[in-house]
Design a protein around this ligand. Structure first.
Ligand SMILES: [Fe+2]
Ligand SMILES: [Fe+2]
Length: 449
């Protein structure tokens, strides 16, 4: 169980809950399709927040974490809060989240995961006679639910809402300026490009790629640092790449090599696409992990290829990010509040979108055609021509990431032909909730604030 009562997690990640006595802190949850429930008993000075992903277990979840679901998680959460001294009749609830995944015209029961989660939450609160003090659910955009642990007040706010002094002139780069920005962008090490090419080539094996990567001292020392970090919770020191390979296996080490090499690249951004520090990298790494998991489910794409494609799909944002700082409020309003699709807003503001700029960067780096196809077409996968399945897979991972792991970066993805897009890689529409249920649990363990 993920209950974070001993170790306070704030913001509360999807599939977790936090219960606390009075303190100076405010608990927060960033919600897209997920639903947040804050409960408190003023008199007993105890309260908490749960971040629910899905209405109920889908049957094919590998996590077995009851707190992922309203049907199983909420009763546990209520029980735990009462065990800490709260009285049922004094409990007050605030419910938020459950945004719609797609535009209203496309809405159907299969896709309205947030709506179903809210139904179950309301039923449970009603059956337990818990008073709902305020509730803001559905809608088209993401929000933040906060519970002040000092005065027990809860509030629901739009995410990352810019302040008035953020409003500045928009800067529309010329073609020349863009070409210069692409040219000046820090090149990634050659060894990395070679590794990416090898991974995309189905004939080369993982050991050969790992051998190639370990020649790069900077990458290796970074991987060792991550291996020895609290995140992995290892008791034995990992002092060499060989030891890491033995302890973690080639696949895991390779993933770490790739993601740590790209962390720098993604992290040097202004307040543009990122709603929090490191948001762009977190989005890339999270999408990569979901891609890998989905690849395992479809069986038609090698997981390492999928991981790499997920990691790189949004590299174009790093280029445009240099210009978004000024455009942020406008951007925010269009994508998050008006619900416009991201690439359309970009073309409007910059004259070019991140998928187009990404393709230019990919060509400059000499990335394999399969990855370039992903970078260019991940928002409209039916336009892909080189690696059609891979592009669809990344589209799906990107969609799941942006609706469930809210609060890292600005995105708004078109879902108008989700059913046929799912079908293209062998999934049915009614499996969508089950796919969300397959998100690797360690995604939520990475601190992102
Ligand atoms: Fe994108
Ligand atoms: Fe993305």
């Amino acid at each position: 169980m993920n209950a974070g009562t001993n170790h306070m997690k704030n913001p509360v990640p999807p599939g977790y809950s936090v219960i606390s006595g009075r303190s100076n802190q405010t608990l927060n949850a960033y919600l897209g399709t997920c639903v947040g429930v804050a409960l408190c008993d003023h008199k007993a000075d105890v309260g908490g927040l749960i971040h629910i992903i899905l209405p109920e277990p889908t049957g094919n979840n590998s996590q077995e974490n009851p707190e992922n679901y309203a049907a199983t998680g909420l009763p546990i959460f209520i029980d735990s809060i009462m065990r800490k001294g709260a009285a049922r009749e004094r409990l007050e609830a605030t419910v938020a989240g459950g945004a719609l995944v797609g535009p209203l015209s496309e809405l159907d029961m299969e896709l309205d995961i947030g709506g179903k989660t809210i139904d179950i939450v309301e039923k449970i609160l009603d059956a337990q006679k818990i008073h709902i003090k305020s509730m803001e659910t559905g809608g088209l955009f993401s929000c933040k639910l906060g519970l002040n642990l000092f005065n027990w007040e809860s509030r629901i706010d739009p995410i990352g809402m810019p302040s008035a002094d953020d409003e500045r002139e928009l800067e529309r780069p010329s073609r020349d300026q863009l070409a210069k920005t692409i040219e000046n962008i820090r090149a990634v090490p050659q060894v990395l490009l070679k590794a990416i090419r090898m991974i995309q080539d189905e004939k080369s094996d993982i050991s050969a790629v790992a051998r190639e990567m370990r020649q790069d001292q900077v990458i290796c020392s970074r991987v060792l640092r991550i291996c020895n970090s609290a995140y992995f919770g290892r008791k034995i020191a990992v002092d060499s790449i060989d030891r890491a390979l033995i302890l973690m296996g080639e696949r895991q080490v390779l993933r770490l090599m790739l993601s740590s090499a790209f962390e720098d690249f993604f992290s040097k951004n202004a307040r543009g696409y990122s709603l929090c520090k490191g948001g762009l990298f977190y989005h890339a790494a999270g999408t990569a992990m979901i891609c890998e998991r989905l690849a395992g489910l479809t069986g038609i794409i090698a997981p390492d290829r999928a991981y790499t494609a997920g990691l790189l799909h949004d590299i174009g944002k790093v280029v445009l990010d240099q210009y978004t700082g000024n455009a942020f409020p406008f951007f925010y309003r269009r994508t998050q509040i008006e619900g416009d699709e991201l690439t359309a807003v970009e073309r409007d503001v910059f004259g070019v979108s991140h998928d187009e700029v990404g393709e230019m960067l990919a060509r400059q780096w000499g990335l394999p055609d399969s990855i370039t196809d992903v970078i260019r077409h991940h928002h409209y996968p039916e336009n892909a021509s080189v690696s059609v399945e891979l592009v669809h897979l990344v589209y799906l991972a990107d969609l799941i990431m942006s609706r469930v792991m809210v609060g890292q970066e600005l995105e708004r993805i078109d879902t108008s032909s989700l059913a046929s897009r799912l079908e293209r890689i062998g999934f049915r529409k009614d499996q969508f909730a089950g796919l969300i249920d397959n998100i690797p649990s360690n995604l939520f363990d990475v601190q992102y604030h």
